[in-house]
Ligand binder design. Structure first.
Ligand SMILES: Nc1ncnc2c1ncn2[C@@H]1O[C@H](COP(=O)(O)OP(=O)(O)OP(=O)(O)O)[C@@H](O)[C@H]1O
Length: 337
């Protein structure tokens, strides 16, 4: 099992004048809600693994931003513990906390937050300037990052001369310049129009493949979550309803609420053959199918294949079990339970 980088144990956040006092009885006493208390995050338990992309998904007001801000202690939690690489971040002094954020963490927000009077190059180099790096080193690193996000040649532009998508790329390049191990992105693409958003998602998947970073990505768009995530944590009223791989979420939604999100989804595009693997009941025969392919990818073959049971291979080519053709067809035709 991969090492956990961030752990949340029973994390709660209550906004209000005297939150700690009400941690135990907020739920039972509705008058506290009337008095202005908001239970934004409720008893969240979560392990974020090194190198994974965890997408936090939920409707507006479900607590996504609050939870993610608790992970870097931008917000003080009311109850529970958050540990980052084994250290309880509530126990860190202010300088240690700033150091942890500067050395390990990067953040990208929905509003691009670029400095309007500085060029693109200067914007990307800015966090390195804050770190006291000399001009030549920081400009060279900033150029590298701009090339990585596809903005080579735009170094001397000003933010107002770029499109929304390009500005967000500058924001991404700026946060990558400091080489964060843990990367928090709060709805980074939501201000972009659908086509550019899709392009940015592709770009993001490319970057993710190149860098082995732990990423926590917030979105309220389920399609975006399914496209990008290794695992999705679905929040409702401050709680995590389910935290699982996209395959498991669409195949086995844990609650009615999660099921509602998945009802409109084309499952065959999400579910990989590997998710339906079961032990072989007979020696494998005929051409196997790779576990990493989606049911949609293999639709033609599945429809015409006469076999009841089709062997499945892993990335190394070893047979890991089989898939019942009928089970795959059920997903394809929307009959999966
Ligand atoms: N500083 C604050 N003071 C009081 N209440 C707050 C504060 N910040 C957030 N809240 C409340 O906490 C709840 C969760 O808010 P949060 O911003 O975490 O939700 P979200 O899922 O990120 O929403 P969105 O998708 O709209 O950004 C909401 O009811 C919100 O009004």
């Amino acid at each position: 099992m991969t090492e956990s980088v961030i752990s949340c144990h029973n994390v709660s956040k209550i906004f209000g004048p005297n939150p700690a006092q009400h941690l135990a009885n907020l739920k039972a006493d509705p008058s506290l809600t009337q008095a202005g208390y908001v239970h934004a995050v409720r008893e969240v338990n979560l392990e974020i693994r090194r190198g994974e992309m965890l997408v936090v998904m939920g409707l507006s007001g479900s607590g996504k931003s609050t939870l993610v801000r608790c992970l870097s202690r931008l917000i003080e939690i009311t109850g529970g513990t958050v540990t980052v690489e084994g250290r309880d971040i509530a126990t860190l002094s202010e300088p240690d906390l700033i150091d942890l954020r500067r050395r390990k963490m990067g953040m990208v927000f929905q509003s691009f937050g670029l400095l309007p009077h500085r060029s693109v190059l200067e914007n990307v180099a800015f966090p390195l300037e804050m770190r006291g790096q000399d001009r030549a080193t920081r400009y060279s690193r900033a150029r590298e990052m701009l090339e990585l996000v596809g903005l080579k040649g735009r170094e001397d532009y000003f933010p107002r001369e770029l499109s929304g998508g390009q500005q967000q790329r500058v924001g991404i390049a700026r946060s990558l310049a400091v080489e964060p191990d843990i990367w928090f992105l709060d709805e980074p693409f939501s201000a972009l129009d659908p086509l550019i958003r899709r392009e940015m998602q592709d770009e993001f998947l490319r970057l993710k493949g190149m860098m082995n970073k732990t990423i926590v990505f917030i979105t309220h768009d389920f399609d975006e979550a399914l496209r990008l995530a290794d695992r999705i944590a679905i929040m409702k009223d401050g709680r995590i309803e389910q935290c699982d791989t996209p395959d498991k979420i669409v195949l086995h939604p844990a609650t009615d609420y999660v099921a509602k999100f998945t009802s409109e989804i084309d499952r065959a595009r999400v579910v990989h053959i590997g998710s339906l693997v079961r032990p072989l009941t007979a020696p494998p025969s005929g051409e196997p199918v790779p576990a990493h392919r989606t049911i949609r990818d293999l639709a033609r073959q599945l429809i015409s294949d006469p076999r009841v049971e089709i062997p499945v291979i892993n990335a190394q080519g070893a047979v890991i079990g089989s898939v019942l053709r009928q089970a795959a067809l059920d997903v394809l035709l929307g009959d999966a339970q």
